[in-house]
Design a protein around this ligand. Structure first.
Ligand code: T3D
Length: 261
């Protein structure tokens, strides 16, 4: 990513991997308006930069993200507006980014912080972290896609138990439910995340982006629609340099060298 400085984020690009660190550790990286805007900008930039082939989102300090910043108070505000213009675009940007996004959950995730983590394509969590919906505790409803994510992964009854605070969702529970790809000791998390991101970043980036698009669409699609979408995007993937390289490498019994083209 070109030099871009942020007030609430740390960003670093290394070997095709953009790491975005939410950086308000004293507030457990709660999302204030600046962080919402900056995170959206950083994710969108990742989409435009050819050199970025995987993205990590993580948190500074002992939290991942505590959801909406509550220190602004509960005063009069246009909730629909802020959700539709700030939170929803962020979730949509992560979901539609044609590059893999990893949430590296280093500490507690709460409220929209849970939604953000689970909007990622792969979630890797430190042992012992908690996913705390928290919305109900302050009289709000879940947002940023969390109802859909949890109902699809867990079913209606388990989702309601968690959303109403009757059941904890720890890292191991999230792993068992298929929401989390791996749970690792906290001290191993940065390296385990980097290893995963590097593996993805040397992959066939265009094909990965198209796969992500198919999976997103398949959540709501009929079999006929999925079959048609797969056929259409295979036409695209099949014409990439990476596909030619993958087939050549197979024939030559060597590892492929993908360039994301
Ligand atoms: O308004 C809108 O924008 C609408 C959209 C809403 C979407 C949402 O996300 S609503 C949900 C908002 N989030 C929450 O309700 C979570 C609130 N936080 C907590 O429940 C707890 O802090 C945690 C469960 C996350 C962690 O608990 P614990 O005991 O480990 O930490 P703590 O002591 O409660 O918090 C540590 C510090 O972080 C503390 O600051 P201090 O006292 O040391 O100066 C606390 O105030 C701060 N902090 C934690 N969460 C937030 C926060 N500061 C601002 N906003 C927060 N959400």
């Amino acid at each position: 990513m070109p030099d871009q400085s942020f007030e609430t984020l740390l960003v670093q690009t290394d070997e095709g991997v953009l790491t975005i660190t939410l950086n308000r550790p004293d507030a457990l990286n709660a999302l204030n308006a600046s962080m919402r805007a900056e995170l959206l900008a950083a994710v969108k930039t990742a989409g435009r930069e050819d050199g970025i082939r995987a993205v990590i989102i993580t948190g500074a300090g002992r939290g991942f993200c505590a959801g909406a910043d509550l220190h602004g108070g509960s005063g009069e505000r246009d909730f629909r507006h802020v959700i539709t213009t700030e939170y929803n675009p962020l979730v949509e940007a992560v979901r539609s980014l044609p590059k893999p996004v990893i949430a590296s959950v280093n500490g507690v995730a709460a409220g929209a912080g849970v939604s953000l983590a689970l909007a990622a394509d792969l979630v890797i969590a430190a042992r012992g972290v908690r996913f705390v919906p928290a919305f109900h505790r302050i009289g709000l409803v879940p947002d940023s896609g969390l109802t859909r994510t949890l109902v699809r992964a867990l079913g209606r009854h388990r989702a309601l138990e968690i959303l109403l605070g009757e059941r904890q969702l720890g890292a191991d529970d999230a792993y068992a439910a298929g929401l989390v790809a791996a749970v690792v000791p906290a001290e191993r998390l940065p390296e385990a995340t980097r290893e995963l991101a590097r593996r993805l970043a040397v992959g066939p980036t265009l094909g990965i982006g198209l796969t992500k698009r198919l999976v997103n669409a398949a959540e709501d699609a009929s079999l006929a629609d999925s079959l048609a979408a797969e056929a259409g995007l295979q036409e695209v993937a099949g014409r990439t340099e990476d596909h030619a390289e993958g087939v050549a490498a197979f024939g030559e019994k060597r590892d492929p060298e993908f360039h994301g083209r």
